[in-house]
Design a protein around this ligand. Structure first.
Ligand SMILES: *[C@@H]1O[C@H](CO)[C@@H](O)[C@H](O)[C@H]1NC(C)=O
Ligand SMILES: *[C@@H]1O[C@H](CO)[C@@H](O)[C@H](O)[C@H]1NC(C)=O
Ligand SMILES: *[C@@H]1O[C@H](CO)[C@@H](O)[C@H](O)[C@H]1NC(C)=O
Ligand SMILES: *[C@@H]1O[C@H](CO)[C@@H](O)[C@H](O)[C@H]1NC(C)=O
Ligand SMILES: *[C@@H]1O[C@H](CO)[C@@H](O)[C@H](O)[C@H]1NC(C)=O
Ligand SMILES: *[C@@H]1O[C@H](CO)[C@@H](O)[C@H](O)[C@H]1NC(C)=O
Ligand SMILES: *[C@@H]1O[C@H](CO)[C@@H](O)[C@H](O)[C@H]1NC(C)=O
Ligand SMILES: *[C@@H]1O[C@H](CO)[C@@H](O)[C@H](O)[C@H]1NC(C)=O
Ligand SMILES: *[C@@H]1O[C@H](CO)[C@@H](O)[C@H](O)[C@H]1NC(C)=O
Ligand SMILES: *[C@@H]1O[C@H](CO)[C@@H](O)[C@H](O)[C@H]1NC(C)=O
Length: 862
């Protein structure tokens, strides 16, 4: 197509110098130095012409879902756009003042590499009958050219070649505009499909031109106020303070009753979507309400639970009483561990009230989530963890099994562990188990054994052959400690800042069990035994999804070392710790050579060197008169000892190092508690000690405590008070209102954002236009918006105040990258839906993920 475009340009360039009329491409005349186009709208079988040079064709667009190629004037091609030839379409939107509430535009580009931009201009078409020709002539109040700002825009991109724009009557100016121009431009030649449709009900426009009303649900025969009459369970609650965007206007969100202990499953909750549940908390029974949701398969989504009394919750801080993703939640990273989210409402808490609560399950991630959700009402903490009898009168558990006194809910079961006897715990839900190996201090002393070896493996109820699905990140950890408190302290440290699984740190040792069914072992020194002579083994199960139970097998064995490793001249009996010496050596460590020579050629003896935590094995010199004590060809590093764990030789150097971790990737909560991330346990190539790197692996940071990822993709920052470029109504002025602008001092860092500037964006009501002195302020990302001015009656026909407002909106949207794939797109979307920022006159919606989900639902007129 480009040669034709080039031709037009060349032709235009040539002709314009010849004749003034031809400067307007023969479709207009020059008035006051500018072209006024003769036919800015299509007439009969001819297309119209708009633009600065009246060189852009305007085709007819009908609002019945048909492709433009079917509806434009006969003999014209409407669906080809080239970089030099943009195309416009015009539609009569009079119905938006009367019968229609919703207008959807569906644009698809057939060329993947093309970036197609569609801009909309709202204006008035005036229809006047011409009695002589017996026809009606339509005249637009304004038409696309560089003097007129567009009202909204959307674009396609490589990732989403299609975009659906859903506009409501409210966004389209409550019907004060009767005409719409859409202009499509591109950076590469492409053919497009463009469909538009209007309806009283909210709807989706499919690429085959079909309209699906009210999400395919509910009675679509009438939509009073542009809202669907949705069947249960898609109806909103009575007494609801209507909040647009939760999905009740188009029957896309359900509200169901959640009965205690009845599991409900939800298929594919789309990103940004909500599901709501009503939960009753009776006056008389129940001290604790437990709520959970757990994903059933791998997902890029991320569920957060919100709970609110009597009203539907939202994700803004003042729109819920409890949220699962909060720092005080007992499950701060449960979504990361096994993609489950939990909430507990306790009668003892300040927010507690009886009556109806609403649970909102919100998908805050990037992909759909299929999940199960359940509630339970307990009289005692955690219903005594299934290990006790609950006294409903006082809410106290009488534990029926030995449990740790620190667990009032009987949650920490105590098992007695015996040496050399494997303990088998069948899969069941639990968080901690305490296993006590009593009197092991004495046994170590009597037997001369130096270590206790723990042999442990785990299993789960998952049907997977691999044990755990790969998307479950959490892994059980076994701690050995002198006391339960010390072990729990370590677990808390693991959650809140410590870096597990590291080797001995103080007296607590731990090992993470990575692979289901694999037997892991851990050597524990006598310093881990408590003052009472007992060793506490604590098994921590971080998998909190009730869909998954964990069991384990654990055995404790005594390990004995022989003196001097039997000097290399004997076999060690690990049970007794005695050497069986080879002839002719004798002595407890087989180091005594009874022959006259000091040593025999080819034998070795061990020498402990100053500063080296290991034994150097040195050979007998050739003459047999002495050992070559200076050499250290063979270095045997010490096993775990006080202050250090198992040592390892550093390459070929005479040095023993202690690995602080096992090579691999570990997910660790930052000491600040702000985020968790995966860090690499790196083992230097020179054989040096393996250690956790300080830096997080790229892309693994997950923010905790309700923090948000900053634009740099690395730091977690407070959600901030507002999103850059968003507007908040500040005060009314004659003929309009002023909106303060959210400005950030650092680009993309919401913590630095605030609604500032008394000098805000001025938006005028229809019939007024912005006047007076304006100035430009720059947003942190470099874009600028115009502020200041007042609203006054127009001095001449021109751009209406409403359009000025739209223009401001457009500039802000473009400033914020608020287009498909824009980095703030999702945030803005949520912000729009939950009313964190309020645009008083109209919104522009935008597509989130191409066809998959839609933009802000367009409802209207409440
Ligand atoms: C004008 O159009 C109307 C309706 O289309 C028709 O009824 C009428 O006869 C026409 N008048 C003339 C003069 O053509
Ligand atoms: C469009 O025209 C109607 C009447 O024809 C008028 O009420 C309305 O204010 C006009 N809208 C604009 C934006 O000028
Ligand atoms: C059009 O723009 C998109 C996005 O900016 C770019 O990826 C693409 O390469 C461009 N195409 C051409 C032909 O310049
Ligand atoms: C149009 O597409 C939608 C969704 O893809 C489908 O449900 C519907 O049946 C199609 N309609 C026709 C007439 O093909
Ligand atoms: C609490 O536990 C008891 C027995 O452990 C069980 O019978 C009861 O059903 C549980 N209550 C709830 C609400 O799950
Ligand atoms: C550890 O336990 C596994 C199975 O539970 C067993 O196969 C293995 O021999 C045990 N290892 C030791 C050293 O006891
Ligand atoms: C556990 O941690 C608390 C505070 O962090 C500390 O006071 C206490 O001494 C610790 N207990 C043990 C047994 O280490
Ligand atoms: C270790 O010594 C004990 C006791 O003398 C004996 O019963 C056992 O067989 C010995 N083990 C080996 C491996 O020699
Ligand atoms: C002594 O050490 C050398 C070198 O480490 C080794 O090759 C040799 O086998 C050892 N001899 C004995 C008897 O252990
Ligand atoms: C650790 O993560 C990095 C980056 O994702 C990856 O390249 C590497 O293979 C991982 N290592 C292990 C042991 O999983």
């Amino acid at each position: 197509m480009w040669p034709r475009g080039l031709l037009v340009v060349v032709l235009l360039a040539t002709l314009s110098t010849i004749h003034a009329e031809e400067a307007c491409s023969n479709h207009g005349a020059i008035v006051d130095g500018k072209c006024v186009c003769n036919t800015p709208l299509p007439v009969d079988d001819s297309s119209g012409w708009v633009g600065d040079k009246c060189a852009i064709r305007v085709h007819r667009l009908t609002l019945e879902g048909k492709d433009v190629q079917e509806t434009c004037e006969k003999g014209h091609i409407c669906n080809v756009v080239t970089p030099t030839e943009p195309v416009c379409f015009s539609a009569d939107i009079t119905n938006l003042a009367s019968s229609a509430f919703h207008l959807n535009l569906l644009l698809t580009s057939n060329e993947l590499g093309a970036d197609v931009v569609m801009q909309g201009l709202l204006t008035n078409f005036t229809f006047t009958p011409n009695p002589t020709t017996n026809t009606t002539v339509a005249v637009p109040q304004a038409y696309p050219n560089s003097d007129v700002p567009y009202s909204f825009a959307t674009h396609t991109s490589q990732d989403s070649p299609g975009t659906q724009l859903k506009l409501s009557r409210r966004q389209l100016g409550y019907g004060v505009y009767t005409g719409l121009y859409l202009c499509v431009s591109t950076n590469a030649t492409t053919s497009i499909s463009l469909r538009a449709a209007e309806h009283a009900c909210p709807f989706d426009l499919f690429s085959n031109g079909t309209l699906q009303l009210c999400s395919g649900r509910g009675s679509s025969t009438s939509c009073p106020n542009g809202m669907c009459t949705c069947p249960a369970p898609y109806t909103h609650p009575p007494n609801w303070v209507v909040t647009p965007g939760l999905g009740f206007e188009d029957c896309s969100t359900s509200l169901m009753q959640l009965q205690p202990s009845i599991l409900l499953t939800v298929p594919e909750l789309a990103p940004g979507g909500w599901v709501f549940y009503r939960v009753e908390v009776p006056e008389s029974t129940g001290r604790e309400l437990h709520l959970w949701a757990a994903a059933e398969e791998a997902t890029k989504g991320s569920l957060v639970l919100y709970l609110r009394h009597q009203q539907l919750p939202g994700d803004a801080a003042d729109q819920h009483d409890l949220a699962s993703d909060s720092a005080i939640s007992p499950f701060p990273s449960s979504w990361w561990q096994d993609q489950s989210a939990h909430l507990i409402l306790r009668r003892s808490e300040l927010v507690f009230q009886t009556g109806t609560w609403y649970l909102g399950v919100h998908n805050r991630g990037a992909g759909p989530v299929s999940f199960s959700v359940e509630s339970a009402l307990y009289d005692c903490p955690n219903n005594c963890s299934g290990r006790g009898i609950c006294d409903a009168t006082n809410g106290k558990c009488t534990c029926s099994e030995p449990t740790a006194p620190v667990s009032a809910d009987c949650s920490i079961a105590i098992h007695e562990l015996e040496l050399n006897k494997e303990m088998v715990i069948e899969p069941r839900p639990f968080t901690f188990d305490e296993l006590i190996l009593r009197d092991v201090g004495d046994k170590l002393r009597v037997s001369g054994a130096t270590r206790v070896k723990l042999n442990v493996s785990f299993t789960t109820t998952d049907p997977e052959p691999a044990g755990l699905p790969t998307w479950v990140n959490g892994r059980p950890v076994v701690f050995a400690a002198p006391s339960l408190e010390a072990a729990l302290n370590r677990t808390a440290a693991g959650l809140d800042g410590g870096a597990h699984p590291l080797h001995p740190q103080g007296a607590v040792e731990s090992i993470a069990l990575y692979t289901h069914g694999v037997s892991y072992s851990m050597n524990i020194g006598p310093w881990t035994v408590g003052d009472d002579g007992s060793l506490r083994v604590v098994v921590w199960n971080p998998l909190s999804s009730p869909l998954r139970s964990m069991g384990y097998r654990l055995a404790a064995l005594l390990q004995t070392e022989c003196p001097g490793g039997c000097s290399g001249h004997g076999a060690c009996n690990m049970t007794t710790g005695e050497c069986a010496c080879e002839a002719p050596y004798t002595g407890a460590d087989c180091s005594v050579d009874p022959s006259t020579r000091v040593c025999t050629e080819g034998t070795n003896r061990s020498v402990r060197r100053e500063g080296v935590r290991g034994l150097c094995w040195v050979p007998c010199r050739e003459d047999g008169r002495s050992f070559d004590d200076e050499s250290c060809d063979d270095l045997q590093c010490d096993g775990p000892g006080e202050g250090h764990g198992q040592l390892r030789r550093k390459g070929t150097e005479v040095e023993c190092v202690e690995d602080l971790c096992i090579a691999g990737n570990y997910t660790v909560v930052d000491p600040s508690g702000d985020f968790l991330c995966t860090r690499r346990c790196a083992c230097p190539p020179d054989g040096g000690a393996c250690a956790l790197e300080d830096a997080c692996l790229p892309g693994t940071v997950q923010c905790l405590k309700g923090l948000r990822m900053a634009a740099d993709g690395v730091n977690c920052v407070p959600a901030g008070t507002c999103e850059e470029g968003s507007l908040r109504r500040a005060y009314d002025l004659e003929g309009g209102a002023t909106f303060s602008v959210c400005q950030c001092t650092a680009a993309g860092d919401p913590a630095t954002c605030s609604f500032s500037a008394p000098n805000g964006v001025v938006s005028c009501l229809p019939g007024y236009e912005r006047q007076g002195s304006t100035s430009t302020i720059k947003l942190a990302d470099g874009t600028s918006i115009v502020v200041g001015g007042t609203c006054g009656r127009p001095r001449r026909r021109g751009v209406s105040g409403g359009m000025v407002f739209f223009y401001c909106l457009l500039s802000i949207f473009l400033a914020a990258g608020l287009v498909v794939g824009g980095k703030y797109g999702v945030l803005w979307y949520e912000q729009y839906r939950y009313g964190k920022s309020i645009f008083s006159q109209g919104h522009v919606s935008w597509p989130l993920l191409g066809f998959r989900t839609n933009a802000g639902s367009g409802t209207d007129d409440w």
